[in-house]
Design a protein around this ligand. Sequence first.
Ligand code: ZN
Length: 57
Amino acid sequence: MNTDTHTIVSRHTTSEGVVVWSRCACGRLQMALIPYGARGKGLTAGGHDFHCPRCGG
Ligand SMILES: [Zn+2]
């Protein structure tokens, strides 16, 4: 339900795509790579994938 708990910390472009750092409501930093175009797969690292005790996701 509460899906808007991530705060964007920084965003920058790399040769692979756009890297977005966000901070969850629980305080963990998470990195997300959003590749250019529709070919690549998105990638996240750092935080939790799911089952966050704070954000409930
Ligand atoms: Zn969280």
